[in-house]
Design a protein around this ligand. Structure first.
Ligand code: XMP
Length: 194
């Protein structure tokens, strides 16, 4: 039998967080988040595309905490040339549900320079959301360009390029059940920011 492509791993990758470790951490995160939910209902706005796996698993962990989740998506990306960001962001997919007066949990895969989270938070505020909390699976503080922190963080990582569990390199590796570091030699010249 051929090896399953879900678990096959190129040699130039090092696993940082296994699927089991991510699962355990998400259950703790859901407990943390549940403390801040007042009426057992929570709107989650997930930033596309990288947070889709995180969203799926976290919403099931929240359901085990008796939190009912309503989901919406925001497609947003920072762009620039090479590895430096211009600091500009573009909305590629807008929200589809009204947020006025609602508490919202904003979810992203990774907090890097901070531009995406800052822009998304400002957008939710302009749309009338109140009590916006933020949650990222990964935090890469070494690359921060603006002062912003997430309210809930899964794991902190060093300044390396990571893939798997929704995170991609040129739209590849999103399906991996773990989070892995893409090692030197295969590091991308351009950060995709999606
Ligand atoms: P900023 O810089 O705005 O960027 O905080 C957040 C977005 O940048 C992408 N990003 C990565 N994607 N591996 C990835 O697959 C990484 O190591 C990485 N670092 C940043 C990601 O799309 C995130 O939403």
């Amino acid at each position: 039998m051929k090896p399953c492509s879900t678990t096959r791993r190129p040699d130039d990758m090092k696993i940082l967080f296994s699927a089991a470790r991510i699962r355990r951490r998400l259950d703790r995160l859901a407990e943390e988040i549940a403390h801040h939910v007042s009426n057992r209902e929570l709107i989650i706005v997930a930033i596309l595309k990288g947070s889709y796996v995180f969203l799926a698993d976290l919403s099931r962990s929240l359901a085990r905490q008796d939190i009912h989740v309503i989901v919406d998506f925001l497609g947003i990306s920072s762009y620039g040339s090479g590895t430096t960001s211009s600091g500009k962001v573009r909305i590629r997919h807008d929200l589809s549900i009204p947020l006025k007066g609602k508490p919202v949990l904003l979810l992203d895969d990774i907090l890097d320079t901070g531009l995406t989270l800052r822009h998304a938070t400002d957008l939710l505020r302009r749309r009338g959301a109140h009590n916006i909390r933020t949650c990222v699976l990964l935090d890469k503080p070494a690359r921060r360009r603006i002062p912003i922190e997430a309210d809930h963080v899964g794991f902190t990582v060093a300044d390396t390029f990571v893939v798997g569990y929704g995170l991609d390199y040129n739209n590849r590796y999103r399906h991996l059940p773990h989070i892995a570091e893409l090692r030197a030699g295969s590091k991308p010249a351009v950060r995709t920011g999606t």
